[in-house]
Design a protein around this ligand. Structure first.
Ligand code: CTP
Length: 244
């Protein structure tokens, strides 16, 4: 526990008239690590706040007809597979309080739906989820909190086989081939090295209720601090801080 210093609080109080900026959380981790479950649990617990979820998957580039013909040679786990400029634009706009039309991606056709979008409105909390959301420094810099979901590779592969065969229209051989050729190497080259940017690492993903409770408590403290400053701009607050 620490008592907020007068100078730290003056800075907060001075900011109290500024428009409220959303709290941005990045949630990364390997394929099928349970990122979506962690996000859903955070969203559920923050039911009294406006929270929006943005998936990095929505910003996959659509394949050209030539790439579609040779889809088994396409690396969906490389950073270049995403339109990061558009993702950056999206998070910047949402962070500045504007709404954004997020593309809709279809994992079966490997294309974006050309005529429909998901309108994401301004909110108190923005959660950005995806395997490579910590890769680009500009995207990372927009985040107030970075979470890495750390789940064993065998658990992730088992989940991925189930999900891709049931939900994404793939056969088991193509899932295993893609995993060995692209998913695992890209995890080692890009996803795992980005773990060092995380503020919080959650072992076992969505099964870890204690970690999620602590994270939600921290987000509430951060959101509440802003509200307190608005109500009592001339008083000091006792600020509690903790680390997982
Ligand atoms: N991918 C694919 N085909 C595409 C686009 C992406 O197979 N047309 C795969 C990539 O190989 C990548 C994965 O989708 O590894 C990214 O999605 P993933 O993180 O596994 O999905 P989430 O549901 O976000 O994961 P989690 O279970 O952690 O919530």
């Amino acid at each position: 526990r620490s008592l907020a210093s007068p100078s730290a609080f003056s800075a907060l109080a001075a900011d109290s008239n500024a428009p409220k900026q959303p709290f941005v959380i990045g949630v990364s981790g390997g394929t099928a690590s349970g990122k979506t479950t962690v996000c859903d649990m955070i969203i559920q617990q923050l039911h009294d706040h406006r929270v929006v979820l943005v998936n990095q998957d929505s910003f996959y580039r659509g394949l050209t007809p030539e790439e579609s013909e040779r889809v088994h040679e396409y690396n969906f786990d490389h950073p270049d597979a995403f339109d990061t400029e558009q993702l950056l634009d999206c998070i910047q706009k949402l962070k500045s309080g504007q709404a954004y039309q997020v593309p809709i991606y279809d994992f079966k056709s490997h294309r974006r739906c050309s005529d429909s979008f998901r309108l994401v409105n301004a909110s108190d909390v923005i959660i950005l989820e995806g395997i490579l959301v910590f890769h680009d420094q500009r995207v990372r810099n927009l985040m107030n909190m970075k979470i890495f979901v750390d789940t064993d590779a065998d658990v992730r592969l088992a989940r991925r086989i189930r999900r891709d065969t049931v939900e994404r229209g793939r056969d088991i051989n193509s899932v295993l081939e893609q995993y060995a050729k692209f998913v695992k190497p890209a995890f080692d080259d890009f996803v795992l090295p980005s773990k060092k940017y995380a503020d919080v690492i959650i072992p076992r993903g969505g099964d870890n209720h204690v970690a999620i409770d602590l994270i939600v408590q921290h987000i509430r403290t951060k959101l509440g601090q802003h509200d307190l400053c608005k109500i009592y701009p001339n008083v000091y607050v006792i600020q509690s801080t903790f680390q997982i």
